[in-house]
Ligand binder design. Structure first.
Ligand SMILES: Cc1ncc(COP(=O)(O)O)c(C=O)c1O
Ligand SMILES: N[C@@H](CCCC[NH3+])C(=O)O
Length: 419
């Protein structure tokens, strides 16, 4: 196979995922659909495990990147923990079999119900994002006659040099507690009777291509750990969050898990504390593609349009961040064309690629939108009452449908129930 993206490549001009022809797959399951390579996922898991094997590290997969239960099971079976951000993600993590002592829970707006649910599940740590949240967790834990494990999410004011919408560690961002206020937060937390103070958490952003920013953040967190020690506050772990970038453009050269380990382990090591990391995108993005069919071609005076059966409801990243996703023809072509590849949704922002050079397509041809494994299906919606796309997992020559295509009845189920 002439490999193009990870486990995606061409055999006799036809695109394959591992040993499965995408054309054959589409004829069996219809379009649009997300396809994932199990080997690509296992490769990434192993790269992470290998990179961090010499330091006591818990790798918690961030469910927000993709929470399909069959994929979660792969991460769980390979020993990873889970990073969650809602009660729904906790439910899915438990359903996939993650043990509670490997679950960490971040988020600026945890509801009382979600806090109570996570306390009853005895999770490893709440990553607390405000002073008020400390009081509320303490109060709810006291009602349950329990102690909740908490870490403070600190905001180190480090610029991750990524898209502003996915930068989370800057002073003006809503996330975490400013690192200069962290000491006060810890002093408060240790006084609250129903809290166990266990760690410190920090997540500076996503799609980070320069690992030096992780080192910078780790140095600030380690300084804080030493300050806390002086005050008699001893922690068990440092959670450095996720954020490693992936290859979207063919010329991208993202850092590897080893680069990340080399940047942060020497810093964290000074404390002797256990390390937690929370990668999402880098474990799953490159393992997935969105397969869509060309419905119409339209030549306007200014532009050519390729109109496909998938849009911003399946993959919102281009509309939301003007993100680049590489587009491959499922059947390689000899001639080329330049076009906007757009969806059927009534929004001008509903595009998958703009002014993009692809092989010249005809009605009915298939396109593969690459690097769609993360923040694709997990961010999809029913906008324009479009069913959520089907998902398929490929393993060598075999494939399995891991999410059925929604039907119209299912989309309107809860409304029909109250009609
Ligand atoms: C707290 C937290 N942890 C982990 C992640 C996962 O990040 P990524 O998918 O960039 O690895 C995110 C998302 O940015 C996050 O907000
Ligand atoms: N959804 C974003 C990443 C958000 C990260 C979550 N804090 C993306 O597609 O790039």
């Amino acid at each position: 196979m002439h490999q193009v993206y990870n486990y995606f490549g061409y055999i006799e001009k036809k695109l394959y995922c591992e040993e499965v022809s995408i054309l054959n797959l589409a004829s069996k399951v219809g379009t649009p659909f997300f396809v994932y390579s199990k080997k690509a996922i296992l490769d990434k898991i192993n790269q992470y495990k290998e990179a961090f094997k010499d330091y006591d590290t818990l790798i918690c997969y961030a469910l927000k990147a993709n929470s399909n239960l069959s994929l979660l099971k792969i991460f769980e079976e390979n020993g990873l923990g889970a990073d969650i951000v809602s009660g729904g993600e906790l439910y899915k993590a438990k359903k996939a079999g993650f043990s509670s002592n490997k679950i960490v829970y971040a988020g600026v707006g945890k509801t009382d119900f979600e806090i109570s649910y996570a306390i009853s599940e005895n999770i490893l740590s709440f990553n607390v994002e405000s002073f008020m949240e400390l009081d509320v967790i303490n109060e709810i834990a006291s009602k349950q006659e329990k102690k909740a494990n908490v870490s403070i999410r600190v905001n180190p004011n480090v610029d991750p040099k990524t898209h502003p919408y996915i930068s989370t560690g800057l002073k003006k961002s809503k996330f975490g507690i400013d690192i200069d206020q962290a000491l006060d937060a810890y002093k408060k937390a240790v006084k609250l009777e129903n809290l166990n103070v266990v760690g410190v958490h920090c997540h500076i952003g996503s799609q980070i291509m320069d690992v030096s920013v992780f080192r910078e953040a780790a140095e600030k967190v380690v300084d804080l750990v030493f300050k806390l020690k002086k005050e008699g506050i001893e922690l068990k772990f440092i959670d450095m969050g996720g954020g490693l970038g992936v290859k979207y453009h063919p010329d991208d050269n993202p850092p590897t898990p080893k680069d990340l380990a080399d940047a942060i382990i020497p810093v964290v090591k000074q404390t002797g504390l256990k390390l937690i990391i929370e990668p999402g995108r880098s474990l799953i993005a490159e393992a997935g593609a969105l397969i869509t069919k060309v419905i119409f071609l339209k030549d306007k005076q200014e532009k050519h349009f390729v109109i496909v059966d998938s849009g911003m409801n399946d993959l919102v990243r281009p509309a939301m961040y003007n993100a680049y996703h590489h587009v491959l023809n499922v059947q390689e072509k000899d001639e080329e064309m330049i076009a906007d590849i757009v969806g059927p949704i009534c929004e001008t922002g509903d595009f998958l690629a703009l002014d993009r050079k692809i092989g010249k397509v005809e009605r009915g041809d298939l396109l593969a939108i690459m690097t769609a494994g993360a923040y694709g299906s997990s961010m999809s919606s029913n906008y324009n009452v479009r069913p959520i796309a089907l998902e398929v997992l490929v393993d060598g020559p075999n494939f399995k449908v891991i999410k059925e295509r929604e039907d119209y009845k299912h989309i309107s189920k809860y409304e029909e129930e109250v009609l």
